[in-house]
Write a protein that binds this ligand. Structure first.
Ligand SMILES: Cc1cc2nc3c(=O)[nH]c(=O)nc-3n(C[C@H](O)[C@H](O)[C@H](O)COP(=O)(O)O)c2cc1C
Length: 175
């Protein structure tokens, strides 16, 4: 029987919450990405990376990049969690930014997370205000989806929905 590991990296809990659901639904072993080595996931034949999107980059993607050769015989998938609405543009831009070179053929799935400004670290609060200020200066018709969301979201928002996981679960079940 195929053994699956869900490896996650989550700054504020959204990717962790999706990973725990995935662990139950697939079922899979759920592992925090921090300090992970290929040796620790040797026994698994499928690895799913789940990570939040920050300024376009999926947290934890470096782990897959670094060990792409070690994982060449495994089935790999990525589930990215972000604030941007689901659209082909969102998924294409996350793909272009994160799945290059050896990771080009890795399937990418996407679901919306949550944003609670009170929880954010000093750095993340600053980064978010930079994006917000730049969005304010951009003409409304030229704003990106993410800029629109950030202007609409004052304080906190929760867009999480278990149904975002269905395409990934379907993909995994077609082993
Ligand atoms: C500083 C900052 C930058 C972000 N950049 C993006 C982004 O580029 N694209 C996006 O879709 N979401 C972005 N987000 C939203 C996060 O991806 C979202 O909050 C997600 O739920 C975080 O997952 P985590 O809690 O597992 O880390 C950003 C959030 C913060 C705080």
């Amino acid at each position: 029987m195929s053994k699956t590991a869900v490896v996650f990296r989550s700054k504020y809990g959204a990717s962790k919450a999706y990973s725990l659901i995935l662990g139950k639904r697939i079922p899979a072993v759920v592992i925090e990405n921090e300090g992970l080595t290929p040796h620790l996931v040797e026994e698994f034949d499928t690895i799913i990376l789940v990570g939040g999107v920050y300024a376009g980059k999926i947290t934890g993607i470096d782990f897959l990049k670094k060990y792409a050769d070690d994982f060449s015989s495994k089935r790999i998938a990525v589930f990215a969690v972000g604030a941007s609405p689901v659209s082909d543009d969102t998924i294409d831009s996350i793909k272009k930014r994160n799945l290059k070179g050896k990771l080009e053929t890795v399937p990418l799935f996407y679901g919306r997370g949550a944003l609670d400004e009170e929880q954010l670290s000093f750095m993340d609060k600053n980064l978010l205000s930079v994006v917000r200020r730049s969005a304010e200066k951009t003409k409304p018709e030229k704003r990106s989806d993410l800029e629109k969301i950030i202007l609409e979201t004052a304080g906190s928002a929760d867009w999480m929905d278990e149904s975002y996981l269905e395409p990934l679960i379907e993909f995994i079940s077609q082993a």
